[in-house]
Design a binder for this molecule. Structure first.
Ligand SMILES: O=c1ccn([C@@H]2O[C@H](COP(=O)(O)O)[C@@H](O)[C@H]2O)c(=O)[nH]1
Length: 308
């Protein structure tokens, strides 16, 4: 899938992923009213509202961005109804040609990791019946349990053409408390990047990048520069642009030459654009998906501006 992601970015000339992180505060009144009329103010009502919101956004952005990144926490909070909305969203996006990065941030011992891999990017086994479950193209993982927690995913990466993005340097302000500790003369995130370089060699795609990518926050450009130096053949998923304050200029160190090797996420900045003053004069809440499209196009322009 890493090769397809690279091809799609190239075709659309747009290294952007739209984060599908719905929350009730972002859902326009008319969608909530309809969902709550049918299902009440229940977990099901909230989940149905999320799915309707996502579908309209996907329909508006599917021809301009290569990928979407649903954040599982937003759905999980509503239990199995929320998980159904997460799964339905994945299916809807894939049916419309979008690549799906499931932001699930798993990390556990090998026997448990195998179950995560089977469920998310592999096949679940029901007494010999092999069943595809969540169907993401990529998922995110934490590296802090070491390689035996990553190795169970490698077969699915290579045999089923799936991908991982492994946390290397996260975008949150306190990431430095742990990730920037000095360990045996180097920063911890640098050590993680070096490990990922070795791990990723077991899963190389055809276009020079590994199926094991890295999550590198846009909000720490100096750290991103060091990580890029260690990982020239690793594709980066870069959150932090927009709502978390990173600018297009901050993104530059994440890319290889010619604007290659990274995809930039924006979630709130796109899906809730209709609430932003900048878009309010042109779009009301019924046009929320059109506002999301306008914000995604503005982001594309902003990225192109610093790439040129
Ligand atoms: O370091 C990280 C890793 C993941 N995220 C996730 O990305 C989005 C960001 O949303 P915005 O609304 O664009 O801020 C969200 O799902 C995070 O969980 C991250 O921000 N930083």
């Amino acid at each position: 899938m890493i090769d397809q992601l690279i091809d799609s970015i190239e075709k659309l000339q747009n290294p952007t992923v739209v984060g599908l992180d719905p929350r009730l505060g972002f859902i326009p009144g008319h969608i909530k009213e309809e969902a709550f009329d049918h299902h009440g103010k229940t977990l099901k009502g909230a989940s149905k509202a999320f799915y309707q919101f996502n579908r309209e956004i996907i329909d508006e952005i599917k021809d301009i961005v290569p990928a979407v990144k649903p954040q599982v926490a937003m759905y999980e909070q509503y239990g199995y109804e929320g998980i159904k909305a997460y799964m339905d969203t994945i299916e809807y996006a894939k049916d419309r040609g979008l690549i799906v990065i499931g932001d699930v941030k798993r990390g556990d011992i090998a026997s448990t990791a195998k179950a995560y891999s089977d469920g998310h990017i592999g096949l679940a086994d029901v007494e010999g019946e092999k069943i595809e479950v969540f169907k993401e193209d990529f998922i995110t993982l934490s590296p802090y349990l070491g390689y035996d927690s990553i190795e169970p995913y490698v077969t699915d990466l290579n045999q089923r053409n799936k991908g991982l993005f492994i946390l290397v340097k996260t975008s949150n302000p306190n990431s430095k408390e742990i990730q920037n500790l000095t360990v045996e003369g180097e920063l911890l995130y640098e050590r993680v990047a070096k490990l990922l370089k070795t791990w990723g060699e077991a899963a190389m795609g055809d276009l020079g990048y590994s199926r094991m990518g890295a999550v590198v926050g846009a909000t720490h450009p100096e750290d991103a520069k060091r990580v890029r130096g260690i990982l020239p053949n690793t594709f980066f998923l870069v959150p932090g642009y927009g709502a978390q304050g990173a600018t297009a200029e901050d993104l530059i160190p994440n890319f290889n030459k010619g604007g290659k090797g990274a995809i930039i996420n924006s979630s709130r900045g796109i899906i809730a654009a209709y609430k932003n003053e900048k878009y309010q004069k042109d779009f009301d809440s019924r046009d929320f998906a059109k506002a999301a499209r306008a914000a995604a196009l503005d982001m594309k322009k902003d990225l192109q501006r610093v790439m040129d």
